[in-house]
Design a protein around this ligand. Structure first.
Ligand code: C5P
Length: 413
């Protein structure tokens, strides 16, 4: 795989020689393109030594352009990775600027682009940065992280560059064109529901909820990254489709139910991450309802529970549910695990500023005889942890040949 690695001027640039080594260990050819400020944090000499190629940094370098022009370089790339990606490069990419070699390359390439943001947590949460992130994501730029933790500035929060090992693994994942030769889910089919549903009241109005689909999409990427063949049944969301995943778009709970059952036959693992509307208007009107009385009533009827229906199948796949609760998370989650006859449930607290439409979350996972908590982290990272746990439990209960080590279990009374 040909990787163009763009390095921009953040302190995390000091980790890039290690990143280059990790990429090369996995078989990548790495061509580094540095911005001027990156050179304040890491030397060309070190990067040239680990990448084995002359570093490119100047759009106007006649000699370098003569041997491989920036357009040829853009074509050469199988993936363009920017790590670390500063707030500045995100703003320039979002605006479509092309004043230097790296931004010009990003406009000229047809290869997937992935960026690993790294900055102070207050900068990361700044609305301008978040708006650029959303714009880039909508255009299909892959966000690798950032991670949550202690930062070079001495503070703690979201904004750390992902670990070089994790970045290298993601670059070779399905989203960026590669496929792991052998993952812990190779040969398995995983079906995931994600996002909200939309229940029409009339042709212009509907009932929905605050689910963004981010967790379900991250789970689909994580499962595909482990070599699974993934079907993602998605409600209406504003997210780029994960590469290499079979995405089925639906709107209503009934459509989600049908799309799931149409495909459940060969599924080994089912994950119900969607926020399915529990009720739908009994009678969606053909024409727009006109206002008249001071109050009005809409009769709602219960939707079928997709998760319960899958878990009840004779040959049910390993079934994982989600429980988003505003209170009593643990009790409600354990109740659902039992009542819905699930193999596992992932519980999280939701509220005004928690859970829904956030990039981060914290979850508690329960199964018969055990539980594990995952603290506040990027949903992309949590998704990988959850999939790892699902694989461990799936292997333990469905008797595959190899049994990966189970995480430490704590008994539930
Ligand atoms: O009972 P509750 O809706 O809280 O359960 C949440 C879990 O059930 C989630 O995994 C959700 O995807 C699933 N669910 C479903 N179909 C429904 C309602 C919930 O699959 N109609």
């Amino acid at each position: 795989m040909n990787v163009v690695l763009g390095i921009t001027g953040g302190i995390a640039a000091y980790k890039t020689p290690e990143l280059v080594r990790r990429l090369r260990e996995r078989g990548a050819d790495v061509q580094i393109v540095m911005t001027a400020s990156a050179a304040e944090f890491v030397t060309e000499t070190a990067l040239q030594a680990v990448s084995g190629r002359p570093i490119r940094s100047n759009l106007w370098d006649k000699e370098a352009e003569a041997s491989m022009s920036h357009i040829e370089l853009a074509r050469w790339a199988d993936v363009v990775l920017i790590a670390p990606a500063t707030a500045e490069i995100m703003a320039r990419l979002a605006s479509g600027a092309a004043a230097d070699l790296l931004t010009t390359l990003c406009l000229a390439t047809e290869a997937p682009i992935a960026i690993a943001p790294a900055m102070n947590h207050v900068m990361w949460s700044n609305p301008a940065v978040q708006s650029n992130r959303a714009t880039l994501e909508q255009r299909g730029v892959q966000m690798l992280g950032p991670d949550h933790g202690s930062q070079a500035c001495g503070e703690t929060g979201a904004g750390r560059m992902l670990d070089p090992d994790d970045i290298a693994a993601l670059v070779f994942g399905p989203d960026l064109g590669g496929r792991p030769v052998e993952g812990s889910l190779s040969g398995k089919t995983v079906l995931i529901t994600a996002g909200p549903t939309r229940e029409p009241i009339d042709p212009v109005r509907y009932i929905t909820n605050r689910s963004s689909g981010k967790m379900g999409y991250a789970l689909a990427r994580a499962a595909a990254g482990e070599g699974a063949s993934v079907i993602l049944v998605s409600g209406p969301v504003n997210l780029a489709e994960p590469r290499g995943v079979d995405v089925v778009h639906v709107a209503t709970a009934e459509e989600m139910y049908a799309a799931t059952h149409d495909r459940i036959g060969d599924v080994d693992i089912f994950v119900g991450a969607a926020a399915v509307s529990d009720y739908r208007p009994a009678d969606a009107r053909e024409q727009k309802i006109k206002k008249s009385e001071e109050t009005m009533h809409i009769e709602l009827v219960r939707s079928k529970d997709i998760l319960v229906s899958v878990a009840a199948l004779d040959d049910a796949p390993f079934t994982v549910g989600f429980a988003a609760e505003t209170e009593n998370v643990r009790d409600y989650a354990l109740g659902k695990l039992q009542n819905k006859k699930l193999d596992m449930i992932v519980a999280n607290q939701v509220g005004r500023d928690r859970g829904f439409d956030q990039d981060e979350n914290a979850v508690d996972v329960f199964w018969d005889g055990g539980e594990q908590s995952f603290g506040q982290a990027a949903k992309t990272e949590l998704a990988r942890d959850i999939i790892e746990l699902v694989v461990a439990r799936y292997t333990a209960t469905r008797g595959a040949d190899t049994q990966p080590a189970l995480p430490k279990l704590h008994a539930i009374d």
